[in-house]
Write a protein that binds this ligand. Structure first.
Ligand SMILES: [Zn+2]
Length: 268
């Protein structure tokens, strides 16, 4: 009797996940309209998104569901990667891996920028300057007429100092009113360890908890995200395979809006 009950509960849970996935497909465009200034009713062609990451592989390891969904909706997605990922002196190789991974996710090389600034090293112990990072990001927002910036939140998913430095820089731009009026800033929600490693089973929680944007992919999107991860061959140690199999970020991204202060605020 007990085993039948357990099977029934499991089946109901999986059906719930499936129904959330289908509802998400219907509501994603509405959520995008709420957070951006896009007017299109049919797709996201009005959206020019800038994904700001710290290292080659962040784009697929953490943001793949979002990139896949945005590209599918015909949004222009640009990637700004602030380091070559040169911690083990593999910078040149990792640059190419990033371009390959972006191509798998649907982002052409012309929309990928990798900065190689000596003061922005790939190093968890290095403290990236808020003013330097924010000036690089602001320059890209203006040059590309970006209306949506996506990046890490204050916990940086993995807690890497380079990830959190980007959040600090974007928050600085937001607070000091240096973001164009029509540009929204979104930070990727960091979840706790248990939620992080239960793969798509975490979906109901992400769906029920408040967020301003939720991007979910199914098995097809997962395969695309996995293929992008496999482009980063220099990083493919055993625990990466474990990450691919268990991480909820391979299926689900949720975002919060980074609040913006008054425009053109002068700081004395
Ligand atoms: Zn990283």
């Amino acid at each position: 009797m007990g085993i039948y009950l357990a099977a029934l509960i499991l089946l109901s849970f999986l059906l719930w996940i499936k129904s959330i996935f289908h509802r998400h497909r219907l509501t994603l465009l509405k959520s995008l309209k709420r957070v951006t200034n896009m007017t299109s009713e049919t797709d996201g062609a009005d959206v020019t998104a800038l994904l700001v990451t710290a290292h080659p592989d962040d784009e697929c390891m953490f943001f793949a569901p979002t990139v896949i969904r945005l590209v599918e909706l015909k949004a222009r997605v640009h990637v700004l990667c602030l380091s070559e990922g040169n911690y083990y002196n593999q910078g040149a190789r990792r640059k190419q891996e990033l371009l390959d991974s972006c191509a798998v996710l649907g982002i052409p090389a012309s929309r990928v920028t990798i900065t190689d600034h000596k003061n922005l090293p790939d190093d968890p112990k290095a403290e990236w300057s808020v003013s330097l990072v924010s000036s690089v990001i602001a320059k890209h927002i203006r040059a590309l007429s970006v209306n949506m910036v996506l990046t890490f939140d204050g916990r940086g998913v993995s807690g890497h100092a380079n990830h959190t430095a980007i959040y600090k820089a974007v928050s600085h731009l937001a607070i000091t009113g240096q973001i164009p009026d029509d540009c929204c800033l979104l930070s990727l929600v960091t979840v706790g360890l248990l939620r992080k490693y239960i793969s798509f089973l975490e979906l109901p929680l992400s769906w029920l908890l408040p967020s301003c944007l939720c991007c979910i992919v199914g098995s097809e999107g997962f395969r695309q995200a996995k293929a992008a991860m496999l482009c980063h061959r220099s990083q493919l140690l055993w625990f990466r395979y474990l990450y691919i199999s268990l991480s909820r970020y391979m299926y689900i991204n949720t975002f919060q809006l980074i609040p913006q202060g008054p425009k053109n605020l002068k700081i004395y």
